[in-house]
Write a protein that binds this ligand. Structure first.
Ligand code: GLU
Length: 354
């Protein structure tokens, strides 16, 4: 891809912030892959809410935090520069290939990825399933653009590099470090459009915290990830199309019919309550399943699990219960699962394992 050809490779000054060249040689090598987002956003002034995401390049982002030299030898690459609402399967596949390639370099200790907050939970979970390494992979982001008063990006990058350079972070799957918290990729979610404290991990809690680069860890991920994952996207240029359909009172079954007619291979129902949908949508789902479309039931509710056969008869409908995966992450898992032919029972097993 053209973006690949335009990768910017920057070797940062090693002798900054009072770190001697001899000290710097002892530091772990960390690669920062930049994809855009508010962390790379520029506004007209420090006090205006409006801004454009994905305008500041990786060299500026990293150059704004010379203290990184205390933690690591850092080099940066620009993989994309988009607001994460424009994140796509194509960028994911390109990013996964870069992360796997960079981590295969023996002298690279870990990777940091800068990203927008809007879809970071999807990218993080995608990488959690397709990166095959125990080395730390850490995504970070910011709620305030780089030009804002009290921009949160620089400290988030600092903490992210501190986690990526930390041997204790290895084997914990893909992590998201933001606002002093270390989230596991699976189950973390954005809860506020504007608050700096926007991310929560509602079911399983945090993996740990990072306070000015001082890391504490509370747990390992509970499900299969990274080096244990059998999903492989090497050489792929596209992923199966999976749609998310949002349920509400009076929702029309035509959403399901339109999705199937326009070529979706899978559907995630963002159901009400415990992954529920009305009678008409259930009938349309049954037809979709009979036509070979795989349907997973998740929920539009922030917390809790969607269990099999609670109010919706999965056995009769041929549907899969998403457990604690919310619709955006359930969609990622279904996309990867559909790279192979699988029946509803084996899909259900995957949703329990991953
Ligand atoms: N739409 C922007 C993005 O996701 C804003 C979110 C952010 O980064 O805070 O890139």
């Amino acid at each position: 891809m053209r973006a690949l050809a335009s990768l910017i490779i920057i070797t940062l000054l090693l002798v900054t912030g009072g770190v001697s060249a001899a000290d710097a040689n002892m530091k772990p090598n960390i690669v920062i892959l930049a994809t855009g987002g508010t962390i790379a956003g520029r506004g007209e002034s420090g006090t205006r809410a409006s801004y454009n995401a994905g305008e500041v390049g990786v060299e500026t982002l990293v150059g704004a935090v010379p203290q990184l030299a205390e933690l690591a030898r850092v080099r940066g690459e620009q993989v994309a520069n988009v607001g994460s609402q424009d994140m796509s399967d194509a960028i994911w596949l390109q990013l996964a290939a870069r992360v796997n390639a960079v981590l295969a370099e023996e002298d690279v200790a870990g990777v940091v990825i800068t990203h927008g907050t809007d879809t970071i939970e999807e990218t993080a979970y995608f990488l959690n399933l397709v990166v095959h390494s125990k080395k730390p992979v850490v995504l970070t982001a910011a709620m305030r653009p780089a030009t804002a008063l009290s921009a949160d990006g620089p400290l988030n990058i600092y903490n992210a590099v501190a986690v990526a350079a930390d041997p204790e972070a290895a084997g914990r799957g893909v992590l998201v470090v933001i606002n002093d918290d270390i989230h596991g990729a699976r189950g973390m979610t954005k809860t506020s459009t504007t608050d700096v404290q926007t991310f929560i991990s509602p079911e399983r809690g945090l993996i740990g915290t990072s306070l000015y680069g001082d890391n504490r860890y509370f747990r390992y991920p509970y499900k299969r990830h990274t080096y244990e994952s059998t999903f492989d996207v090497a050489g792929r240029t596209a992923l199966p199309r999976v749609d998310v359909l949002y349920m509400h009172a009076g929702v029309s079954p035509e959403l399901v019919n339109a999705s199937v007619a326009s070529g979706a291979q899978g559907i995630v129902i963002a159901g009400v309550g415990n992954g529920n949908m009305n009678r008409e949508v259930r009938a349309a789902v049954k037809q979709a399943v009979d036509a070979g479309v795989r349907v997973v039931r998740s929920t539009r509710v922030t917390r809790g699990f969607v269990g099999r056969n609670v109010e919706t008869d999965d056995d009769a409908l041929g549907t899969v219960a998403a457990g604690e995966l919310k619709p955006p992450q359930a969609r990622v898992l279904l996309q990867l699962a559909l790279l192979e032919e699988r029946d509803a029972a084996s899909l259900q097993t995957l949703f329990e394992q991953y």
